[in-house]
Design a protein around this ligand. Structure first.
Ligand code: MN3
Length: 202
Protein backbone atom coordinates (compact mmCIF):
# COMPACT_ATOMS: atom_id res chain seq x y z
CA UNK A 1 0.00 0.00 0.00
CA UNK A 2 1.54 3.23 -1.16
CA UNK A 3 0.32 6.21 0.82
CA UNK A 4 -0.03 9.66 -0.73
CA UNK A 5 3.01 11.85 -0.11
CA UNK A 6 3.38 15.56 0.37
CA UNK A 7 5.18 16.66 -2.81
CA UNK A 8 8.28 18.82 -2.68
CA UNK A 9 7.78 22.33 -3.99
CA UNK A 10 9.35 23.09 -7.39
CA UNK A 11 11.01 26.21 -5.86
CA UNK A 12 12.32 27.31 -2.46
CA UNK A 13 9.96 28.78 0.12
CA UNK A 14 11.56 32.22 -0.21
CA UNK A 15 11.61 32.33 -3.99
CA UNK A 16 8.16 33.83 -4.45
CA UNK A 17 9.12 36.84 -2.29
CA UNK A 18 8.06 39.58 -2.08
CA UNK A 19 4.69 38.53 -3.48
CA UNK A 20 4.20 35.38 -1.40
CA UNK A 21 6.32 35.47 1.74
CA UNK A 22 8.57 32.68 2.95
CA UNK A 23 6.83 32.12 6.29
CA UNK A 24 3.41 31.75 4.67
CA UNK A 25 4.77 29.39 2.01
CA UNK A 26 6.53 27.26 4.61
CA UNK A 27 3.54 27.07 6.96
CA UNK A 28 1.08 26.54 4.13
CA UNK A 29 3.07 23.64 2.70
CA UNK A 30 4.57 22.02 5.79
CA UNK A 31 1.58 22.41 8.12
CA UNK A 32 -1.64 22.88 6.15
CA UNK A 33 -0.87 20.78 3.10
CA UNK A 34 0.82 18.12 5.25
CA UNK A 35 -2.30 17.91 7.44
CA UNK A 36 -4.56 17.37 4.41
CA UNK A 37 -2.18 14.68 3.17
CA UNK A 38 -2.12 12.87 6.53
CA UNK A 39 -5.89 13.04 6.99
CA UNK A 40 -6.48 11.87 3.42
CA UNK A 41 -4.30 8.81 4.07
CA UNK A 42 -6.03 8.20 7.40
CA UNK A 43 -9.46 8.33 5.75
CA UNK A 44 -8.41 5.72 3.17
CA UNK A 45 -6.59 3.32 5.46
CA UNK A 46 -9.48 0.86 5.87
CA UNK A 47 -10.07 0.90 2.09
CA UNK A 48 -6.57 0.03 0.81
CA UNK A 49 -7.70 -0.62 -2.78
CA UNK A 50 -8.29 3.11 -3.12
CA UNK A 51 -4.53 3.69 -2.84
CA UNK A 52 -4.25 2.13 -6.31
CA UNK A 53 -6.09 5.11 -7.79
CA UNK A 54 -4.69 8.58 -8.28
CA UNK A 55 -5.99 11.22 -5.88
CA UNK A 56 -7.50 13.01 -8.90
CA UNK A 57 -9.43 9.86 -9.88
CA UNK A 58 -10.75 9.54 -6.35
CA UNK A 59 -11.98 13.16 -6.27
CA UNK A 60 -13.40 13.02 -9.82
CA UNK A 61 -15.51 10.02 -8.78
CA UNK A 62 -16.18 11.09 -5.19
CA UNK A 63 -19.74 9.71 -5.27
CA UNK A 64 -18.37 6.18 -5.69
CA UNK A 65 -16.41 6.47 -2.45
CA UNK A 66 -17.95 4.58 0.51
CA UNK A 67 -20.34 6.87 2.32
CA UNK A 68 -18.71 6.54 5.74
CA UNK A 69 -15.46 8.11 4.48
CA UNK A 70 -16.81 10.27 1.64
CA UNK A 71 -16.82 13.61 3.48
CA UNK A 72 -13.33 13.08 4.92
CA UNK A 73 -12.01 12.07 1.50
CA UNK A 74 -13.71 15.00 -0.23
CA UNK A 75 -12.27 17.52 2.24
CA UNK A 76 -8.79 16.09 2.72
CA UNK A 77 -8.26 14.48 -0.68
CA UNK A 78 -9.55 17.74 -2.16
CA UNK A 79 -7.11 19.68 0.01
CA UNK A 80 -4.31 17.36 -1.08
CA UNK A 81 -4.88 17.76 -4.85
CA UNK A 82 -5.90 21.42 -4.79
CA UNK A 83 -2.63 22.37 -3.10
CA UNK A 84 -0.53 20.14 -5.38
CA UNK A 85 -2.15 21.95 -8.28
CA UNK A 86 -1.67 25.39 -6.71
CA UNK A 87 2.07 24.93 -6.04
CA UNK A 88 2.60 23.82 -9.63
CA UNK A 89 0.67 26.85 -10.88
CA UNK A 90 3.23 29.20 -9.33
CA UNK A 91 6.68 30.25 -10.50
CA UNK A 92 9.39 32.63 -9.26
CA UNK A 93 9.89 33.81 -12.85
CA UNK A 94 7.61 36.39 -14.41
CA UNK A 95 6.12 34.66 -17.45
CA UNK A 96 4.32 35.72 -20.60
CA UNK A 97 1.12 33.88 -21.50
CA UNK A 98 1.85 31.49 -24.39
CA UNK A 99 0.17 32.49 -27.65
CA UNK A 100 -2.63 29.95 -28.16
CA UNK A 101 -3.92 30.24 -24.60
CA UNK A 102 -3.59 34.02 -24.74
CA UNK A 103 -5.70 34.15 -27.88
CA UNK A 104 -8.50 32.06 -26.37
CA UNK A 105 -8.43 34.08 -23.14
CA UNK A 106 -8.82 37.26 -25.21
CA UNK A 107 -11.63 35.77 -27.31
CA UNK A 108 -13.45 34.52 -24.23
CA UNK A 109 -13.05 37.42 -21.83
CA UNK A 110 -12.36 40.39 -24.14
CA UNK A 111 -8.75 40.96 -23.08
CA UNK A 112 -6.15 39.61 -20.67
CA UNK A 113 -6.89 42.49 -18.31
CA UNK A 114 -10.59 41.65 -18.35
CA UNK A 115 -9.80 37.99 -17.72
CA UNK A 116 -7.63 38.93 -14.73
CA UNK A 117 -10.34 41.25 -13.46
CA UNK A 118 -13.01 38.55 -13.64
CA UNK A 119 -10.79 35.90 -12.08
CA UNK A 120 -9.78 38.32 -9.30
CA UNK A 121 -13.43 39.17 -8.71
CA UNK A 122 -14.26 35.48 -8.33
CA UNK A 123 -11.37 35.07 -5.86
CA UNK A 124 -12.45 38.14 -3.94
CA UNK A 125 -16.14 37.24 -3.73
CA UNK A 126 -15.71 33.59 -2.77
CA UNK A 127 -17.46 33.82 0.61
CA UNK A 128 -15.37 32.24 3.34
CA UNK A 129 -12.83 29.56 2.52
CA UNK A 130 -12.37 28.18 -0.96
CA UNK A 131 -10.76 28.61 -4.34
CA UNK A 132 -11.17 30.41 -7.65
CA UNK A 133 -10.34 28.56 -10.85
CA UNK A 134 -9.84 28.89 -14.56
CA UNK A 135 -11.23 25.69 -16.08
CA UNK A 136 -12.01 24.09 -19.39
CA UNK A 137 -15.65 23.06 -19.60
CA UNK A 138 -16.49 21.24 -22.83
CA UNK A 139 -13.66 23.08 -24.54
CA UNK A 140 -14.67 26.53 -23.27
CA UNK A 141 -12.68 28.61 -20.78
CA UNK A 142 -14.66 29.44 -17.65
CA UNK A 143 -14.00 31.03 -14.27
CA UNK A 144 -15.54 29.16 -11.35
CA UNK A 145 -15.38 29.23 -7.56
CA UNK A 146 -15.46 26.30 -5.16
CA UNK A 147 -16.06 26.23 -1.41
CA UNK A 148 -13.79 24.61 1.14
CA UNK A 149 -11.70 21.99 -0.69
CA UNK A 150 -14.18 21.14 -3.43
CA UNK A 151 -12.65 20.54 -6.86
CA UNK A 152 -14.03 21.35 -10.32
CA UNK A 153 -13.00 17.78 -11.26
CA UNK A 154 -16.07 16.53 -9.38
CA UNK A 155 -18.20 18.56 -11.81
CA UNK A 156 -16.38 17.19 -14.85
CA UNK A 157 -14.42 20.40 -15.46
CA UNK A 158 -10.70 20.47 -16.21
CA UNK A 159 -8.69 22.82 -13.97
CA UNK A 160 -6.07 25.05 -15.62
CA UNK A 161 -5.27 27.56 -12.84
CA UNK A 162 -6.36 28.07 -9.25
CA UNK A 163 -5.87 30.44 -6.35
CA UNK A 164 -6.28 29.50 -2.71
CA UNK A 165 -8.36 32.08 -0.88
CA UNK A 166 -8.42 30.39 2.52
CA UNK A 167 -7.16 32.95 5.03
CA UNK A 168 -4.15 30.73 5.83
CA UNK A 169 -2.81 31.48 2.34
CA UNK A 170 -2.46 35.22 2.96
CA UNK A 171 -3.15 36.23 6.54
CA UNK A 172 0.44 36.32 7.87
CA UNK A 173 1.53 38.86 5.26
CA UNK A 174 -1.63 40.53 4.06
CA UNK A 175 -3.82 40.21 7.17
CA UNK A 176 -7.43 40.75 6.04
CA UNK A 177 -6.43 42.33 2.71
CA UNK A 178 -7.43 39.56 0.34
CA UNK A 179 -7.40 41.98 -2.65
CA UNK A 180 -3.66 42.69 -2.14
CA UNK A 181 -2.89 38.98 -2.04
CA UNK A 182 -4.86 38.40 -5.25
CA UNK A 183 -3.02 41.28 -6.92
CA UNK A 184 0.32 39.79 -5.86
CA UNK A 185 -0.71 36.38 -7.25
CA UNK A 186 -0.50 37.65 -10.85
CA UNK A 187 3.27 38.13 -10.42
CA UNK A 188 3.88 34.47 -9.67
CA UNK A 189 1.61 32.58 -12.10
CA UNK A 190 3.36 29.78 -13.97
CA UNK A 191 1.81 30.46 -17.39
CA UNK A 192 3.94 27.78 -19.06
CA UNK A 193 2.30 25.21 -16.81
CA UNK A 194 -1.20 26.62 -17.30
CA UNK A 195 -0.66 26.58 -21.06
CA UNK A 196 0.61 22.99 -20.97
CA UNK A 197 -2.54 21.89 -19.13
CA UNK A 198 -4.64 23.76 -21.69
CA UNK A 199 -2.88 22.22 -24.70
CA UNK A 200 -3.16 18.71 -23.26
CA UNK A 201 -6.89 19.03 -22.66
CA UNK A 202 -8.30 21.40 -25.28
MN1 MN3 B 1 -4.42 26.33 1.51
Amino acid sequence: MEEFQLPKLPYDYAELEPHFDEETMRTHHQKHHQAYTDKFNAALKDHPLLFQKTAEEIITNINEIPEEIRTAVKNNGGGFINHNFFWESLSPEQQEIPEELKKLLEETFGSIDEFKEKFSEAALTQFGSGWAWLVLNNGNLEIVKTSNQDSPLTEGKIPLLNIDVWEHSYYLKYKNRRPDYIKAFWNVVNWEKVSKRFLENK
